[in-house]
Design a protein around this ligand. Structure first.
Ligand code: GLN
Length: 275
């Protein structure tokens, strides 16, 4: 078989090397003898509904609004999700796949409605290291190791009843609290003081069992605030997506050791411990 790995709207959703997530998936598939092809889907292309894995990256507010317009009018990704095809969405993509998001300027934009989340300004920008323990939607699919990434976002995201946490934050901000300054951020800039902050809508949560949240898992969508690219720092996550796409149990995938990854993870852990 040949895996077709989509990079969706890289012109507007691709900050901090997020398009590298597709490269990592292709590399780890090929290392197991599975052919893999990266398919770039641009803003003027119809989004195919038959790709094996979809990746969407982060973006700044203006770029993100262009992505939102595309993803609310082209339903290719929605059809792929309805068919259970795995999707990895980072930061701005998480926000855009939600019900709606309000950016730092106070502009409210409808999302694709594929994730039961809403995003509002936090009041402060969360910038820095982010560490979490995998949530139930990941653990159930074999992701057990601590997750490491880098975050840079002004939006805070609350989960509705259909959404489950991607991870439980042990360092950094993650989804944060809409309308409230982020906790434990190691570097943050104040936003425009004229920004109108709203509260979290009724029934939407920012914590589960008293634990702070990063990201969301809903159906076959895995969304996080972690850049990095996240799959470079967290190979278990890459293998989970490959397992979903190939139908090969994650435990059956031969090990792939990439030199430097273990050192990188240890170095990030050490960095966080020193903070
Ligand atoms: N523009 C969004 C925010 O600031 C997302 C940023 C990003 O993708 N890094 O919240």
């Amino acid at each position: 078989m040949s895996l077709r790995i989509g990079v969706i709207l890289p012109e507007v959703l691709g900050t901090y090397g997020d398009s590298g997530n597709a490269e990592i998936l292709a590399f780890r598939a090929q290392a197991r003898g599975v052919d893999a092809e990266i398919v770039h889907v641009g803003i003027d292309d119809a989004i195919p509904d038959s790709l094996d894995i979809y990746t969407l990256g982060g973006g700044e507010d203006i770029a993100q609004s262009i992505a939102a317009r595309k993803l609310t009018t082209d339903h290719g990704l929605a059809r792929a999700v309805a068919a259970g095809r795995p999707v990895l969405a980072i930061c701005a993509a998480l926000q855009v796949l939600g019900t709606y998001y309000t950016d730092a300027a106070g502009t409210k934009t409808a999302g694709a409605g594929l994730l039961d989340v809403v995003t509002l300004p936090q009041g402060l920008r969360a910038i820095g290291e982010l560490r979490s323990e995998p949530g139930p939607g990941l653990v159930g699919r074999g992701v057990t190791e601590t997750l490491y990434g880098f975050e840079n976002h002004g939006g805070g995201t609350a989960l509705g009843p259909d959404a489950t946490p991607f991870g439980f934050v042990s360092f950094g901000t993650g989804n944060g609290v809409p309308g409230v300054a982020p906790v434990q951020t190691n570097d943050s800039r104040e936003l425009d003081p004229d920004t109108v902050l709203e509260g979290t809508p009724q029934g939407y949560v920012t914590e589960v069992d008293g634990r702070r949240i990063d990201g969301v898992v809903q159906g076959s969508i895995f969304a996080t605030y972690m850049h990095g690219p996240v799959l470079a720092r967290n190979p278990q996550l890459a293998d989970m997506l490959i397992s979903m796409a190939t139908g090969v149990d994650v435990a059956e995938l031969p090990a792939v050791e990439v030199p430097g990854v273990a050192d990188l993870r240890a170095e990030r852990e050490e960095f966080i411990r020193r903070m």
